[in-house]
Design a binder for this molecule. Structure first.
Ligand SMILES: Cc1ncc(COP(=O)(O)O)c(C=O)c1O
Length: 396
């Protein structure tokens, strides 16, 4: 993993930058940028409609991208819908389940205290439309999901849908998603996984996890912005019609009715994110070329390294674990988190401070803001050393 930065032109433009904000968005490898540029320059047209070779060719590339992204998640291409990203995928899932009668007044929904607002606010919005009850499975003293209580909530209430993050974007905590999906199945609940923070770091096998729905964003996986994946099992897709209407998702339209296309096309109304999806596939290919296991091991080592160093700073309170997935969240009671982040920023060290779109989680942790270091495959021990040195000086 020594020379990985050379694959990312950003680091040639900013030689002295220490980029520790990949959980917000990851930098882009040259091969992905080249793929997008090349597609726009040589092959661009709209998909699925033309009767000319360039359109046929880009349609083939777009559908090939679906196959590549599906394979990355061990899914069937027919189960992969391209969306704008995780937020869009989760909103779309809720609308789809609601429109198709899977959510009724009186239903119970189970989330966790770790959820990013993307997997909380759309449910709260649903609560305005429907008389539903939302439960948040709590975190325990070790700042992990209280799996016993999660199971108790499934036993105690008629949970219709359970939606949970794979990795917390705030603490990097890994949730036992396979166990949670199994428990959901046992209690006849539909499971939805927010994989925004895991897809770039851990091999995700949707068939092994046996979840019903999964969402992820390409931009956190070294791919372009404005594209993501909504995976829905074929078994469920067969029972669903699309909540969005428009061109490309219909076979026939009459004055008073229409006939929907087969999935996944029926979920992709209008012009889809064509070149973005092709770039997404290039990012998946790039990750595969480095190796998911190698990336995982490298980031695991770096996270532990950063944790051990940070632990030595006076008065630090760390909200992550040594085994957190590429994220270390911490706080100094005597310093303003935002001010520390700004001072680090002035020294070309990019980290984030704030509430990370997880206001209820920060309330549980008893803090109003904290600082987050988040890693990508290109980070090195030298990056961590630089950040540590700067932090030591700032808080001294
Ligand atoms: C856990 C988690 N879920 C959802 C999202 C939303 O992702 P996007 O902004 O790509 O839709 C994020 C973004 O940071 C996240 O960290």
């Amino acid at each position: 993993m020594k020379n990985i930065k050379k694959d990312f032109p950003f680091f040639q433009h900013h030689e002295n930058i220490v980029y520790l904000d990949s959980a917000a968005s990851a930098q882009k490898p040259q091969v992905m940028i080249d793929c997008i540029k090349h597609t726009y320059e040589t092959s661009y047209a709209n998909v699925h409609r033309g009767s000319f070779p360039v359109s046929d060719n880009i349609t083939e590339k777009y559908e090939q991208a679906r196959k590549t992204v599906a394979k990355f998640f061990h899914a069937n291409p027919r189960e992969v819908i391209f969306t704008k990203g995780t937020t869009d995928s989760i909103n779309m899932s809720i609308r789809t389940l609601e429109d198709n009668g899977f959510i009724k007044d009186g239903d119970h929904i189970l989330l966790t205290e770790f959820e990013h607002h993307s997997n909380l606010v759309p449910w709260l919005q649903l609560q305005k439309r429907k008389n539903i009850k939302i439960h948040l499975a709590p975190i325990n003293d070790q700042q992990e999901l209280d799996i016993k209580e999660y199971e108790n909530l499934l036993k105690k209430h008629p949970i219709k849908i359970t939606a949970f993050t794979h990795v917390s974007n705030t603490t990097g905590t890994l949730l036992p998603i396979k166990k949670m999906s199994e428990l959901a199945k046992k209690h006849n609940a539909i499971s939805i996984i927010d994989a925004a923070q895991s897809a770039a770091h851990i091999d995700i096998d949707v068939k092994d996890i046996q979840c019903d729905i999964l969402a992820a964003s390409a931009h956190k996986m070294y791919g372009p912005t404005s594209v993501g994946i909504l995976y829905i099992t074929e078994e469920l897709l067969k029972k669903l019609s699309s909540p969005v209407g428009g061109g490309s998702m219909v076979n026939q339209v009459f004055r008073d009715s229409f006939e929907e296309q087969e999935y996944p096309q029926n979920f992709e109304a209008g012009t889809p994110p064509i070149v973005e999806a092709i770039g997404f596939a290039a990012a998946c290919d790039y990750i595969n070329s480095i190796g998911k296991t190698k990336i995982y091991e490298h980031e695991k080592e770096l996270t532990e390294y950063a944790y051990i160093l940070l632990e030595t700073l006076p008065n630090i309170k760390i909200f992550s674990h040594k085994k957190s997935v590429g994220i270390i969240n911490f706080f100094f009671p005597d310093h303003m988190s935002i001010q520390i982040a700004e001072e680090l920023g002035e020294r070309n060290i990019c980290i984030r401070a704030g509430r990370f779109c997880t206001h209820p989680l920060l309330e549980t942790l008893g803090i109003s803001s904290s600082i987050r270091i988040s890693l990508g495959m290109y980070n090195t021990k030298e990056d961590i050393d630089t950040a540590y040195q700067a932090l030591s000086e700032i808080i001294a």
